[in-house]
Design a protein around this ligand. Structure first.
Ligand code: MLT
Length: 413
């Protein structure tokens, strides 16, 4: 009889976004008259077309595949050099971060990377995650056997939760206990808050002092507009010795359907095996990559490289500006209705307090029922998310303005 990975049985609920989609589908089936009015600001899925530079590059790349002399078969597992160079240069070296081309590993997105990374880390690591948190970090660690049982009221035994609340400006304090793996996301999903240089410096120091590794998710980096905020953890001295960074083109390039992201795995990052041998994580990751993946397709890599051209950069800036303006429209509407909001300035997410003590699922249901607006209940991101709603700014301007009007239902509570 074969076995299964029984750690999956510990998962307390379905993955958050399919669960929301299920509730919305059920509401639509029961209320066909208002179903066409539904506007989705739940999952952060982009709505605007691809930047023309990326689309044109992808068309040309498909043409390449139709000719014998420009045909491309298997790509190099970690990506073509021209893409890795563009990324390392523009995203890191231009900001003073000493990241080399061969420390960039292209993939089909940062969510798969955040999951795959656990294959090269051992089981039994003590894991610290923020609360609220992007559910992937928690769920993948449950699947990998790094947690105990699901707890009554949310969360899992065995994780060290780092509360992020208005009281600490959603910037988590260092843990009181020793942990091995630390997940940080900045700009944060779901709160939209960016960790400043002082906060990241404390985390890098903690990781170096305790031999921990930081898994730094910078999928929303392109939305940072405020001067002086770090875009990468490698802006902090010593971070190449203790941090892995994940990036995504999903939001900056409108690639949620195209699929491309990357991991930065610095060669300076070393681990200690149980026999005391020092081991390079870069070589483990390369080994894993060469065995488990055939990389990213030629058209997608060409489209990705096009985002780094002069035209591509102007277009991605315009795209992220567009979504940021949406976020401002939504945040202003919440504030007009007397609801405190966070995020929204360097992030495409508005983190809104629920009206007058309502629960987050209750607010979600009310917005769906009375305004036909889909949001994400904060409780879906963790216990400290209770009392908040995340509103995604990924939508057309017309829809965002309509949502801003419909949020008036909250003022009537
Ligand atoms: C979100 O809505 O949190 C993200 O779009 C989900 C994801 O990136 O997987």
């Amino acid at each position: 009889m074969f076995r299964i990975n029984e750690h999956f049985l510990k998962l307390s609920a379905g993955y958050l976004f399919p669960e929301i989609a299920r509730r919305v589908a059920s509401f639509a089936a029961q209320n066909p008259a208002v179903a066409p009015r539904i506007i989705r600001c739940g999952i952060g899925d982009v709505t605007e077309p691809l930047p023309p530079a990326a689309a044109e590059a992808m068309h040309r790349a498909v043409d390449d595949l139709t000719q014998r002399d420009t045909f491309h078969g298997y790509p190099p597992p970690a990506g073509y050099d021209f893409v890795r160079t563009a990324i390392a240069q523009d995203d890191f070296r231009s900001r003073g971060c000493a990241i080399e081309d061969d420390e960039i590993f292209l993939s089909d997105g940062s969510k798969p990377d955040a999951s795959a990374i656990l294959e090269i880390l051992g089981t039994g690591n003590r894991v610290a995650i923020t609360d609220p948190v992007y559910p992937v970090y928690a769920d993948t660690n449950v699947m990998a056997g790094n947690s105990g049982k699901a707890l009554e009221g949310g969360g899992y035994d065995g994780f060290t939760y780092l509360p992020c609340t208005p009281a600490n400006g959603f910037s988590p304090a260092l843990p009181a206990c020793v942990v091995d793996v630390i997940y940080l996301c900045s700009p944060n999903n779901p709160t939209g808050v960016v960790l400043d240089r002082a906060a990241l410096t404390r985390w890098v120091q903690y990781a170096r002092d305790h031999g921990a590794v930081i898994l730094f998710d910078a999928a929303y980096e392109a939305f940072i507009r405020e001067e002086g905020l770090p875009h990468s953890i490698y802006e902090i001295d010593g971070a190449t010795e203790c941090a892995i960074e994940f990036r995504s083109f999903s939001k900056v390039g409108g690639f949620t359907g195209v699929r491309c992201g990357y991991t930065v795995m610095p060669k300076a990052l070393m681990a200690t095996a149980s026999d005391g041998t020092r081991v390079s994580l870069h070589s483990l990751w390369m080994r894993r990559w060469a065995t488990c993946s055939n990389g990213v397709s030629w058209p997608v890599q060409c489209a990705t490289a096009a985002l780094y051209t002069t035209a591509g950069k102007a277009q991605t800036r315009a795209l992220t500006d567009f979504y940021l303006e949406n976020a401002r429209v939504l945040a202003r509407a919440c504030e007009t209705h007397g609801l405190a909001t966070y995020g929204a300035t360097n992030s495409p997410y508005v983190w809104m307090t629920c009206p007058r003590g309502m629960g987050s699922w209750e607010t979600f249901d009310m917005l769906l029922r009375e305004a036909q607006v889909v949001t994400t209940p904060g409780a879906g991101f963790g216990r400290c998310g209770e009392g908040f709603i995340r509103i995604s700014a990924f939508n057309s301007r017309a829809h965002v303005e309509e949502v801003a009007r419909r949020l008036a239902v909250l003022a009537r509570r």
